[in-house]
Ligand binder design. Structure first.
Ligand SMILES: [Ca+2]
Ligand SMILES: [Ca+2]
Length: 258
């Protein structure tokens, strides 16, 4: 029987063309991009959550300090290594409106190598947690037994929190910084604690963020208006403040007032 010859094998197997490989690589890059974007978004959400938790803990630490010392601490300055400035409850603070959380004075953690509390965005100096304190009633809030001496009904803390930078009255004239009536979130805050958010290093140029921190170091003595707005592409600061009513409530419970 005559065997029929099997067909000749192809002289070479067909491989992938360059165009096909390019298409596959393009699809893989699309898939990877799709995975990486949510990962960075997840990290942002984690950092925001960490920051919010640290701000809340900072407020609790301040309340505990007030109960233990019959006063609130002054903010730290950029050069005070996490210590309040001046130390000791002697009254007026060095940087009442543009200082930092005095983490060392409060025994607060986590802190960076210079003693400053940092937010969820990292350990750079720009990520330090900010803290402002009222100077009302001749700095009674930061003077040992000052609140007791002035009495609760006469104490008038005066830090302002507005819901938008455009709602700050006369923002160029720092001596009259306040919120318009419709933009006020708080008109009598004792202290404001905040983070400059993810864009701290490069941002802060929107009309809202310009109010945090107080922008003019030479004239901050009377700029006590801050902005807490909805998160947006131009605003990512995170802020909480200490109400005088919460402070008084805790101090009365602890027997520090009246
Ligand atoms: Ca910011
Ligand atoms: Ca301001």
């Amino acid at each position: 029987m005559k065997l029929t010859a099997s067909p000749e094998p192809a002289s070479h197997q067909r491989g992938f063309s360059l165009i096909e490989i390019a298409i596959v690589l393009f699809i893989i890059s699309l898939l990877l991009g799709g995975l990486l974007l949510p990962l960075s978004a997840q990290q942002d959400i984690r950092n925001q959550g960490d920051t919010q938790k640290q701000l809340a803990e900072a407020r609790e630490a301040l309340l505990g300090f007030a109960i233990a010392n019959s006063r609130l601490p002054c903010p730290a300055t950029a050069a005070s290594n996490g210590l309040e400035s001046p130390v000791g409850g002697v009254g007026g603070c060095t940087n009442p409106y543009d200082g930092f959380l005095p983490a060392v004075t409060l025994g607060f953690a986590p802190i960076d190598a210079q003693g400053f509390a940092v937010d969820g965005w990292g350990g750079d100096p720009i990520n330090r947690i900010r803290y402002a304190i009222t100077t009302a009633n001749a700095s009674a809030f930061t003077t040992t037994n000052g609140m007791k001496t002035v009495t609760m009904t006469a104490l008038a803390p005066d830090l302002k929190v507005c819901n938008a930078g455009s709602g700050v009255v006369n923002p160029g004239n720092l001596a009259t910084a306040d919120c318009t009536a419709v933009s006020s979130l708080a008109t009598d805050a004792v202290a404001v604690i905040y983070s400059l958010g993810k864009n701290a290093g490069t941002g802060g140029s929107s009309v809202d963020e310009k109010q945090n921190p107080n922008p003019n170091p030479a004239a901050t003595a009377a700029d006590r208006a801050f902005v807490s707005a909805q998160p947006s592409t131009t605003f990512d600061d995170q802020m909480i403040w200490l109400s005088k009513n919460i402070l008084f409530n805790r101090m009365v419970s602890a027997g520090q007032l009246p």
